[in-house]
Design a protein. Structure first.
Ligand code: NAD
Ligand code: GDU
Length: 345
C-alpha cells in the first residue's frame, strides 16, 4: 500500500514526503515540476514526472504502486495570478482535480487528503474563524479550491472514497533538520520575502497597507510551520484509516501576527535592519485571518511542535542561506548529490 503525493516536489509536498518516510510509509510522487524541483524528492522515492490531470498516467501510477491514499498538494498557488489567469487556475486546480478524483474512485483508492486554503473564507467576520463560517472566497484561487472541496464531498457521498480537507493558513518555515524548505525564488510570501531582504538577496521589501482595522494597522495572519502542517496530514491519514468520518479542518495555531510584527522578528533574528517601503494595500488582502483549531486538535489529535515565530523565521533564514550557498535560489539544475542538509543553529 502506497501513498501518492501529488506536488511532492513542491514546498509543502516535499515536507510531507519526509514525514511519510519517517513514518515508514511507501511513497510515490507525481509532479510536473512546473514550480517544484526534482532534487526536492529523496532519491529513495519514485518520482513520476507528469500531470495529475493526465488520466492515463494517473491510472497507471495508481495501479503500478498499489496506491491506497492520495495526498493532493499539486496546484497553482499565487492569488494575484489567479485574478489575471482565472481559467488557468480553474483548469489546473479544479478541472484536473475532477479527473484525479475520478481516477481515485475508479481505481479503488480509499483515502483522499486535499490541500485547501484559508482563502475559502475570504474576509471573515470573526476571528479565529471556525470551519462552519460562511465561505466567501475573494479570488479565483480561493474559488478554484472551494469547488474541489464540494466535488470531494459529493464524490464521497456517492462512492467508497473518504476525505480530509485541510484548510491551511499561512505556511512558513522549513524542515527543522534542514532537508527541505521554500525554494521558489519568485515566492511572494511575507516571511520568504523578508528573509531575502535580510540576507541582501533583494534590496528591501514593501509592506502592503498600514491602514487596516487591526491593532497596528497592518494585516494579521496565522503562520503555521510547514512540518507541523505535514504532521497534520499524517494525523488525518491515520484518522481516515481508522474509519474516521470525512472531515474538514483548519490548520493554524489560533493566534496571529501583524505584518509589522513579522518584519520586526525577521530583523531581530537576522540582526539586519533592511529597508521596508510602506506601500498601499494589496488587492484582495483580508485585514485579519486566524484559524480556529479546536477541531483539528480534538478530532485528529494534532499537537503542534513549532508554534514559535522566531524559530520559524530562523528556519526560513537557514534554508535561504542554504539555497544561496548552492549557487542559485531557484534551480532545477542543483544535483541531488550537491545538496547537503542545511545546518540549523
Ligand atoms: N504555501 C501556502 O502558504 C499555502 C497556503 C494554503 C494552501 N496551500 C496549498 O498547498 C498546496 C501546496 O502548495 P506549495 O506552497 O507547496 O506550492 P508549490 O508551488 O511549492 O508546490 C506545488 C507543486 O505542484 C506541482 N504541480 C502544479 N501543477 C501540477 C500539475 N498539473 N501536475 C503535476 N504537478 C503539478 C508543482 O510543480 C509543485 O511541485 C497547494 O495546493 C496550495 O494551494 C499553500
Ligand atoms: O512583500 C510582501 C508580502 C506580503 N505582505 C503582506 O503580508 C501578509 C501575508 O501575505 P502572504 O502573501 O505571505 O500570504 P497571504 O495571506 O496573502 O496568502 C496566504 O494565505 C492565503 C489564504 O488566506 C492563500 O492560501 C495563499 O496561498 C497563502 O500564500 C499580507 O498582508 C500581505 O499584504 C507584504 O506586506 N509584503
Amino acid at each position: 500500500m502506497t501513498v501518492l503525493v501529488t506536488g511532492g516536489a513542491g514546498y509543502i509536498g516535499s515536507h510531507m514526503v519526509l514525514e511519510l518516510l519517517e513514518a515508514g510509509e511507501k511513497v510515490v510522487v507525481l509532479d510536473n515540476l512546473s514550480t517544484g524541483f526534482r532534487w526536492a524528492v529523496p532519491a529513495s522515492v519514485p518520482l513520476v514526472v507528469g500531470d495529475f490531470g493526465d488520466e492515463d498516467l494517473v491510472t497507471e501510477t495508481l495501479a503500478r504502486y498499489d496506491v491506497e491514499s492520495i495526498v493532493h498538494f499539486a496546484a497553482k498557488i499565487v492569488v494575484p495570478d489567479s485574478v489575471t489567469d482565472p481559467l488557468g487556475y480553474y483548469l489546473n486546480n479544479t478541472a484536473k482535480a475532477r479527473t484525479l478524483i475520478e481516477c481515485a474512485v475508479d481505481s479503488g483508492v480509499r483515502n483522499f487528503i486535499f490541500s485547501s486554503t484559508a482563502a475559502v473564507y475570504g474576509d471573515p467576520q470573526h476571528n479565529p474563524v471556525m470551519e462552519d463560517e460562511p465561505l466567501k472566497p475573494l479570488s479565483p484561487y480561493g474559488r478554484s479550491k472551494l469547488m474541489v472541496e464540494w466535488m470531494l464531498q459529493d464524490a464521497a457521498n456517492a462512492h467508497d472514497l473518504h476525505y480530509a480537507v485541510l484548510r491551511y493558513f499561512n505556511v512558513a518555515g522549513a524542515d527543522p533538520k534542514g532537508r527541505a524548505g521554500q525554494s521558489t525564488a519568485q515566492a511572494t510570501h511575507l516571511i520568504k520575502v523578508a528573509v531575502q531582504a535580510a540576507l541582501g538577496h533583494r534590496p528591501g521589501m514593501e509592506l502592503f497597507g498600514t491602514d487596516y482595522a487591526t491593532p497596528d494597522g497592518s494585516c494579521v495572519r496565522d503562520y503555521i510551520q510547514v512540518s507541523d502542517l505535514a504532521a497534520a496530514h499524517m494525523d488525518a491519514l491515520r484518522y481516515l484509516r481508522a474509519g474516521g468520518e470525512n472531515i474538514t479542518c483548519n490548520c493554524g495555531y489560533a493566534h496571529g501576527y501583524s505584518v509589522l510584527e513579522v518584519i520586526d522578528v525577521v530583523k531581530k533574528v537576522s540582526g539586519v535592519d533592511f529597508p521596508v517601503k510602506i506601500s498601499g494595500r494589496r488587492a484582495g488582502d483580508p485585514a485579519a485571518i486566524v484559524a480556529g483549531n479546536d477541531k483539528i486538535k480534538s478530532v485528529l489529535g494534532w499537537t503542534p511542535k513549532y508554534d514559535d515565530l522566531e524559530q520559524i523565521v530562523r528556519q526560513a533564514l537557514h534554508w535561504e542561506q542554504h539555497l544561496h550557498r548552492m549557487g542559485t535560489a531557484n534551480s532545477a539544475r542543483i544535483a541531488p548529490a550537491k545538496i547537503a542538509p542545511a545546518k540549523i543553529a
